[in-house]
Design a protein around this ligand. Sequence first.
Ligand code: FAD
Length: 285
Amino acid sequence: MHSQQTKQKLFSFELFPPKTEEGMEKLKTQVKKLARVNPLYVSVTFGAGGSTQHRTVQSVEWLASQGIEAAPHISCISSSAAEIVEMLKRYKEQGIRRLVALRGDLPSGAGPGGRGELNYANELVALIRREFGDHFHIEVAAYPEFHPQAANARADLNNFKRKVEAGADAAITQYFYNADAYFHFLDSCEKMGIAIPIVPGIMPITNFSSLSRFSDACGAEIPRWIRKRLEAYADDVESIRAFGIEVVSELCQRLLEQGAPGLHFYTMNQSAATLKIWHNLGLPE
Ligand code: FAD
């Protein structure tokens, strides 16, 4: 049993801001279903590219109007410090208390000139603490299989520690399907004196080609046995979903039993797979 075990487990959901009004209406239907199981908070991603940023604000406002604790993601790589502080002032006025603070990824094709004043997430966390004290609960990202741009595993752990020392309260991991990677990561963090909760990010499996593409880009490994099974199902969507639910439910079960402090579901704006896994785990509905 790992020492991250807490009495009260932390369960949260993640959404991305829809690009259209029609998408927003669909999202509302899905969120109403997800909200019935009372997650601690629902986070909304933020596009470093810029075009969907106002949609994050809009989605967060709607969540708050429904009495759901909303946690906007905020990334720093393509904004100035002044722009970030302005946005956070608005969130503070709206009663937002929780943020997911990230570096962000530049859109592909953007040159190095696109970089902002703040180049790493630890600098963003430090800015938020400097300007807003303890007003916000700050979540940061963690990478049990290591960030693809890290010089090496040790450097990535040291960089993670910098974010914690800058004032992060908790972390959410990149998704993974190998529980050992997560528990090894927790062990390394513990040895480095990092004591914040590190909540596994869970990606339900519903579509092989998009998962495969996304995993290649973000450095998350799909274990060979899972990849081979999914490839064999080809266009058989029902079998992919059934197998995906089984594999991810077993992963979550093991994570919780061995001491993960909670689970953060990347819902991809769909409630069905997340709620089925939730049900399989015997969590309160
Ligand atoms: P950092 O912690 O800054 O790390 C980035 C890289 O730089 C790592 O390789 C690290 O080892 C290295 N590094 C860190 N600090 C230093 C330093 N001081 N000196 C040298 N190297 C350093 N992206 C979005 O655009 N919008 C989102 O809403 C979003 N939400 C996410 C939510 C979660 C839970 C996760 C796990 C990721 C999310 N991402 C999002 C993706 C994220 O922006 C990318 O993974 C990005 O490449 C890294 O962000 P970070 O905050 O982890 O960066």
